[in-house]
Structures are given as structure tokens and as C-alpha cells.
Design a protein around this ligand. Structure first.
Ligand SMILES: *Cc1c(COP(=O)(O)O)cnc(C)c1O
Length: 482
């Protein structure tokens, strides 16, 4: 296109006033407000001008036809994007149950009801109704947590990282903390035991080697400045082969003989025995305490299946010291979270693990998953021309929890879809109005059924069929051009 043409077309770009006066803009101005609509138009106008200027240089495509028509199209889709919440629901077809990037645990129905109730009305959050005096928000869940873990006392904070921080601040600031080199973990890139240690003013004393640490290593590291022996759940990795680590009982005995505390960051924190979730060889919080740990911290939104919270359970005297520490105020749990946590703990009290989405998904038997995969495959076959097959897959607990033990699951593989291979389909499905995250195996898209929620399977069928139609139209258009 010659420069003169571009100039002409630049002049043809409608001004802001013209755009705002368009009939199609009116309902959006009503809905989003004039200023917000203006911001969207401005961005689109700038984009279009830039596109035209670039075209002058390297020949990037300029929209053909009526510029006002073109602006209507781009502005309407920009307005729809502007209206959409930034935090959106997505479909998790990855089979990773506790997916940190997708919000970890889903909240149980009863917990949702408690959250709504608590958000909508006033509550006795910090009010002792019996005595008509100021109360403590932590007392609302302490008894339930103690019952579920066998602890003498309990406290909750914002998350497990905060729980570890509070413990180190209150129990070990200015003192030494002995940790095995095999447990110096980094979780999700942001939680590193050595960093938290430095921040709290505690001094990290590493013992043993990555794969082997002996009781003797801990014993030799203890000095008059030692405050704590710390055990950390190596949540997201596993060292296999030639390994050894002392038993909890041995560490507890050593700590107590030398007048020290024994603390454990249990990471995910199991409130039931691992077997009831299909996970062998994992120690529950109750068992940790029984084996002599003085204070255990864990997350609320991992295996427990509740809201984001950091729980601290243990001996009364120890938890008492935490309660008095000023940093506690900065790690405070809000009332809506507390309501959800209490409701989730009550489900545990009733042994109702099937009404807690995370534990329910972990417990799904392969046979149920196979039937779901086959039903989804059948629905898909009726709507798309791609090769669709129900296949056994490996799911994962996730959330830095037990990566070494895949869960046997079922999924649906989709290959030969007209819109493209696995990578292309993953991108297209992420871009849908209801975005979906899916797995892949070689060049097949894999939909893991374990983590699908009600309605998700139907939405996936719709999306894949829409993408097939879209691909068909595109092919037809290309054909017509030729
Ligand atoms: C996940 C995890 C944490 C961090 O817990 P958050 O609740 O995400 O703060 C800390 N330690 C271990 C061992 C973990 O697995």
C-alpha cells in the first residue's frame, strides 16, 4: 500500500466522539460507565494507528473494508474482555487435584454456606457471647483442630509459610535450628526453608547429607545455642535409593533429653491416615504428635481440602508462646476463611470425606473414573471427527504433595482434531470463554476426568466441537481464496 493510501486511511479512523455515539456503544456505557468505555476505545484506537504506521514500514496487514465496522468489532470484543472478571473459573482437566496455580483445594458446599453466612452478617468473630466480653478468633476452631489431631492446643494463621515463620520467630529467633540437608526444601519457588529461617533471625544448622542423615549428626550439631530440631516434609521431591533419616521418636527423645523443642513442618498435613485417601506411608498430623513432635504446622488448602490457612498444633506451653508473639497479628486469618475452615473440620468430625472435594477426588476409585472417561469419550465421538479414546492415565495429588506417588486415573485422548495437535488444542482451550487446562501425551490432547467438576465434561465437548466448526470454516475460507 502506498504512503498516500495509508494517510488517507489514517484520516478515516473515527474519533472518540464518533465511537462513543455509536448505537452499539450505548449499552456498554450504561454497564461499564463512560470513562471505562473511553479507556477501552482509546487503547483500540492507539492499537489501530500503530498497526497502520507499522504497515507503512513492513507491510503488516491493515484491516480491509470499512474502518468503523472494524472498530465496532474490535471494540465490542475488548469491551467484553474488560467486563470479564480477572479471576475466573477454569476447567481443570490435568488430573492434578491440588493444583497450586489453579487455586489448590475447592471449598466444600457446607463450607461455602458458612462463608456466605459469615460474610453477609455480623458474627461473634472476636466476641465471647457467654461472658459478653471480647473474645479470641482462634478459639472458634481450636477445639475442633485438637480433636482432629489429638493436640493439646492449636492456632491458625494465614498460611503454612506464615505458620513456620511464626514458630521460628517465637521459638528460635537468635538461636540455632538443626535441619537435615535432605529436608532443605523449596516449595513453589517462593517458600525456602533457609530463607524463612534467615528472615526470622534463627540460625540454620545443616546436618547430614542430601540422602543420609543420622541421629548422631543431629546430636553432634546441638550446642548451648540450639533451640529447635526441625523436620520438614520434603513435599515436592523424593530422594530414593541409599537413604536414611532418624525416626521421629528418636529425634523427639534426643530433643527432649537436651531440653530442646522438636518441630515439624508437615506441609500438606493429613488429618486422617494416608490409607483412607489411597496414600500409603504418609504420616498423619496425629501420628506426628504421638511420635513426640512438640509442634506441627501444615496447610489448610492442600490435602486437608479447606481454605488457605496455616495450622499450628502441639503442646499447650509451646502454642502459648506463639499466641503472645506480636507477628501473629500480621498473619491473622480473616473471618470468611475461618468460617470455611471450621465447616471443613466439622466434615472431618463426621468422617464425611466424600463431601470435601479434595479428599473426594483423591478417593475416586479407578472404576468410577473409567466409566466417566468412557461416557465423556462417547459424548465427544458424537460431536467431533477426531480420534477419541478412553485411556488409563497418571493423575497427581499435586500442591507439592507426594509427587512420587502418581494416582492411577482415567482420561480421554483426542488426536487428529482438525484444529490441530495437542499443543495447539491446549492453547485454544485455554483461550475459551470458560478456559480449560488439559494434559497431553505425545500428540494427543488428554482430558483427565478425576478433576472435572459437574458440567465440565459437557463444556469440554462444546468447546472441542466449536473448535472443529471453527477449523472447518477457516479451511473453507482458505479454499475460497484460492
Ligand atoms: C506447601 C508447603 C509449605 C507452604 O505452605 P503454604 O500453605 O503454601 O504457605 C511449607 N512447607 C511445606 C513442607 C509445604 O509442603
Amino acid at each position: 500500500m502506498v504512503v498516500e493510501d495509508i494517510r488517507k486511511r489514517m484520516r478515516a479512523i473515527p474519533g472518540m466522539d464518533i465511537l462513543l455515539a455509536q448505537e452499539w456503544a450505548a449499552p456498554w456505557i450504561e454497564k461499564l460507565g463512560r470513562e471505562a468505555v473511553k479507556r477501552v476505545f482509546n487503547a483500540e484506537l492507539t492499537g489501530l494507528r500503530r498497526q497502520m504506521l507499522a504497515a507503512e514500514g513492513d507491510g503488516a496487514p491493515i484491516p480491509a473494508g470499512d474502518i468503523l465496522e472494524h472498530m465496532k468489532e474490535v471494540c465490542l470484543s475488548a469491551l467484553a474482555r474488560a467486563e470479564r472478571p480477572n479471576l475466573r473459573r477454569v476447567i481443570n482437566a490435568t488430573g492434578v487435584v491440588i493444583h497450586t496455580n489453579l487455586g489448590r483445594s475447592l471449598i466444600a458446599e457446607e463450607a461455602l454456606a458458612a462463608m456466605t453466612r459469615t460474610a453477609r452478617g455480623y458474627s461473634n468473630l472476636e466476641y465471647d457471647l457467654e461472658n459478653g466480653a471480647r473474645g479470641q478468633r482462634n478459639t472458634l476452631i481450636e477445639e475442633l483442630l485438637c480433636t482432629q489431631t489429638g493436640a493439646e492446643a492449636a492456632l491458625v494463621v494465614n498460611n503454612n509459610a506464615g505458620a513456620v515463620l511464626l514458630c521460628l520467630f517465637a521459638l528460635a529467633s537468635g538461636s540455632e535450628v538443626v535441619v537435615s540437608r535432605g529436608e532443605l526444601v523449596e516449595i513453589g519457588g517462593s517458600f525456602r526453608v533457609p530463607d524463612i529461617m534467615t528472615f526470622s533471625g534463627a540460625k540454620l544448622v545443616e546436618v547430614g547429607t542430601t540422602n543420609r542423615t543420622h541421629l548422631e549428626d543431629y546430636a553432634r550439631a546441638i550446642t548451648e545455642n540450639t533451640a529447635l530440631l526441625l523436620k520438614v516434609h520434603p513435599s515436592n521431591f523424593r530422594i530414593e535409593g541409599f537413604t536414611t533419616a532418624p525416626e521421629r521418636e528418636e529425634l523427639a527423645k534426643l530433643a527432649h533429653e537436651r531440653g530442646l523443642l522438636f518441630m515439624e513442618d508437615a506441609g500438606s498435613g493429613l488429618l486422617v491416615e494416608g490409607e483412607s485417601l489411597g496414600l500409603q506411608g504418609e504420616t498423619s498430623v496425629r501420628a506426628c504428635l504421638e511420635q513426640g513432635v512438640d509442634v506441627v504446622t501444615f496447610s489448610g488448602d492442600k490435602m486437608l481440602g479447606g481454605p488457605q490457612i496455616g495450622a499450628i498444633v502441639g503442646r499447650r506451653a509451646v502454642v502459648g508462646r506463639l499466641r503472645k508473639h506480636p507477628i501473629l497479628r500480621t498473619l491473622r486469618v480473616d473471618k470468611i476463611t475461618l468460617a470455611a475452615f471450621e465447616a471443613t473440620l466439622r466434615l472431618y468430625s463426621r468422617g464425611d470425606l466424600d463431601n470435601i472435594p479434595t479428599t473426594a477426588m483423591l478417593r475416586l476409585p479407578p472404576e468410577t473414573l473409567r466409566k466417566r472417561a468412557e461416557a465423556l469419550a462417547e459424548k465427544l465421538r458424537a460431536r467431533v471427527s477426531a480420534k477419541v479414546e478412553a485411556i488409563p492415565v497418571e493423575d497427581a495429588v499435586g500442591g507439592g504433595s507426594y509427587p512420587e506417588r502418581p494416582l492411577s486415573g482415567w482420561g480421554v485422548s483426542v488426536s487428529g482434531h482438525p484444529a490441530g495437535g495437542a499443543g495447539r488444542l491446549q492453547t485454544l482451550l485455554r483461550g475459551q470463554e470458560l478456559p480449560a487446562l488439559c494434559g497431553a501425551r505425545e500428540d494427543a490432547l488428554v482430558l483427565h476426568v478425576r478433576t472435572l467438576q459437574p458440567g465440565d465434561a459437557e463444556a469440554l465437548v462444546e468447546a472441542l466441537s466449536r473448535l472443529e466448526e471453527g477449523a472447518g470454516k477457516e479451511a473453507a475460507a482458505h479454499g475460497a481464496e484460492r
